[in-house]
Design a protein around this ligand. Structure first.
Ligand SMILES: [Cu+2]
Length: 141
């Protein structure tokens, strides 16, 4: 390799670094892989609101104190999580908006629930009560 070639190469490398740095500084419009740890204590998530950007490939690593079914509305991901287990909720955040994350008591409790007066609206009324524990917010990119 000649000196000239070497210089040219170094220049190209430098330019590539500058371009990459600029792209990162400009508020990155490239979708990212995001991993977020979520703790559920009692009836509240920590963090209570998860914020991501449209297009992100999101993995929520959910750890729960209480066993039961956890449900991300909108993206409709539902999973039984055992006590102190970490469950992965993976999705591509293609829809923007604010989505509820809820907790449903586990199967065993379903027989005990009382019949409530004329449950208007909610389709899943027979499936027992649903408790809001937090939200997912997907912002536009
Ligand atoms: Cu639900």
């Amino acid at each position: 390799m000649t000196i000239k070639h070497f210089r040219m190469r170094r220049l190209i490398t430098t330019m590539a670094v500058v371009v990459t740095t600029l792209a990162a500084a400009c508020g990155g419009s490239t979708p990212q892989a995001v991993e977020i740890s979520v703790n559920v204590a009692g009836e509240t998530m920590n963090p209570e609101t998860i914020r991501v950007k449209q297009g992100d490939r999101v993995t929520l690593k959910i750890q729960a104190e209480e066993a039961g079914e956890y449900h991300l509305h909108g993206y409709d991901i539902e999973q039984d999580i055992d006590e102190d287990e970490v469950a992965n909720f993976y999705f591509v955040a293609d829809a923007t908006g604010r989505f509820r994350i809820t907790f449903h008591h586990s199967e065993e409790n379903h027989g005990e629930k009382e019949e409530k007066e004329g449950g208007q609206g909610h389709d899943g009324a027979e499936e027992g009560e649903e408790i809001d524990i937090g939200f997912l917010e997907v912002g536009p990119r």
